[in-house]
Design a protein around this ligand. Structure first.
Ligand code: TPP
Ligand code: MG
Length: 453
């Protein structure tokens, strides 16, 4: 029934846009979509972007963005389990300038699987809590949520070795925590409390720790920085890599190509990890990019496309990429993923795409669902366990949120520290940076100084 309503709605919208002539073509496309999604080896394609009718890209010839997300095969899973864990057949990676790629099969143990499921559930719940804090006006300024992309961060961080570094853009909450900052400090930073990761100075976009060089707000600008980190590693003869994470939108920046050139020239130990979440703000990849095959955009740096909704696939791909970068130099990894929320908390996220599109991705290839399906099929988990994990993580998140919220804001004196290496004069013409907030006091000071003149 749902399938029928959904299909009718899409056909109805389409009638206005393209006319009757294309309906038959569209109908068979949607049938095709569902028949693929219903099978485990499905490649879920979706095409509903409302504003994409004018796209010059051939990808959009069905009237919208075509989102390609892959589901993992779980049919024979229970028979592929032993005491070491379950063996998973991974969807094939696409490759560029590489003879060999990541393995097509990989193991996951019960312990790792359940732990990762808890962790991804935790961050999904935590981001949703952060949205609530923003809606209550407790978080101010920019705030970008990661819901839907969890498997990319989890899989990547699992593959890192001691000493490897990461730099990312502003969608950094999960990254900063996974790389060592306690979630309480991250939430406190979003709330700009003195207990926050950078003592309330940075907010949601600017957080750091020993392994993470930020949280960076300017699109693409951290890509040369990541390249510099890899350059430092190489010059110091350290046997480590820098994972430089950026989006599909940032991938079109000129400085990215300059960085790629330098990285290839110097054979730097760097992985350019592109989180292709299908949109840069309200613009879909088919409208922004002449080719959306980000992993093969440049003919002197190899690349791999990986299903970014599948933790195990990302983990294996990143292990391969790390070895490659260490041995041979730069490599691009494009993780195909999806963001459920709007671009930032102030974007409802449904003006440039439909709710059906979001629901469809959530229902078919969600990374948490994908992993829990695998664990259930492997008999590592029951559906009831799955429910209790969500409840348990929700409780932990609420405790963290309440605790962070009860912390103090930094004092004004504290806030102005460390802006200049040498503190500026505190008093200038009888006033200072803090006394001007009271308009009346400022005015009387002004009047008095005029009288004295
Ligand atoms: C140099 C620069 N241009 C524009 C912006 C505004 N802006 C912020 S995020 C964004 C889209 C980036 O999209 P993408 O790289 O795909 O990352 P995502 O938000 O999807 O994670 C834009 C244009 C900016 N912050 N910096
Ligand atoms: Mg994007």
């Amino acid at each position: 029934m749902l399938r029928y309503i959904f299909r009718s709605k899409l056909l109805w919208n389409h009638r206005y846009v393209h006319g009757m002539q294309k309906i038959n073509q569209r109908k068979s496309f949607i049938d095709d979509l569902f028949s693929k999604v219903n099978s485990d080896e499905a490649e879920a394609q979706f095409s509903t972007n409302k504003r994409d009718n004018s796209s010059p890209n051939a990808n959009a010839d069905e009237g919208g963005t075509r989102i390609q997300l892959t589901r993992i095969k779980t049919d024979n899973l229970s028979s592929n389990c032993n005491e070491d864990g379950a063996e998973i057949q991974l969807p094939p990676n696409k490759m560029w300038l590489l003879d060999k790629g990541p393995p097509t099969k990989a193991m996951i143990t019960r312990e790792e699987g359940v732990q990762t499921l808890k962790e991804m559930t935790f961050y999904r719940e935590l981001e949703s809590e952060i949205l609530k804090l923003y809606q209550k006006k407790l978080i101010r300024g920019y705030c970008h949520l990661y819901n839907g992309q969890e498997a990319v961060c989890s899989g990547c961080v699992k593959a890192l070795r001691e000493g490897d570094k990461v730099i990312t853009a502003y969608r950094c909450h999960m990254w900063v925590c996974k790389l060592g900052t306690p979630p309480l400090d991250m939430v406190a930073e979003c709330l700009q409390k003195e207990t926050g990761n950078v003592k309330g100075r940075g907010g949601s976009m600017h957080m750091y720790n020993e392994k993470l060089f930020g949280g960076n707000g300017i699109v693409g600008a951290h890509v040369p920085l990541g390249t510099g980190i890899a350059f430092a590693m190489k010059t110091r003869n350290e046997k480590n890599v820098c994972v430089t994470v950026f989006g599909d939108g940032a991938a079109n920046q000129g400085q990215v190509f300059e960085a790629l050139n330098l990285a290839a020239l110097h054979k730097l130990p760097i992985i350019y990890l592109i989180e292709n979440n299908q949109y840069g703000m309200g613009t879909s990849i088919s409208r922004s990019s002449a080719t959306s095959e980000y992993f093969r955009r440049i003919d002197f740096v190899p690349g791999i496309w990986v299903d970014g909704m599948n933790y195990i696939g990302v983990r294996e791909c990143m292990k391969f990429a790390i070895n490659h970068a260490q041995e041979h130099g730069p490599i691009i990894v494009e993780a195909n993923t999806y963001r459920y929320m709007g671009h930032s908390v102030s974007d409802p996220g449904i003006k440039y795409r439909s709710r059906q599109e979001i629901d469809h991705v959530r229902d078919t290839v969600d990374p948490i669902k994908t992993l829990s399906d695998i664990l259930i099929k492997a008999n590592f988990l029951t559906p009831d366990d799955r429910k209790s994990i969500t409840e348990e993580q929700r409780k932990i998140v609420k405790e963290i949120s309440d605790k962070a919220n009860a912390d103090k804001m930094p004092s004004l004196n504290e806030l102005c520290k460390n802006i200049y290496a040498k503190p500026i004069e505190t008093t200038v013409r009888g006033t200072n940076a803090f006394d001007c907030h009271d308009g009346q006091a400022y005015l009387s000071l002004l009047i008095q100084s005029k009288r004295e003149m």
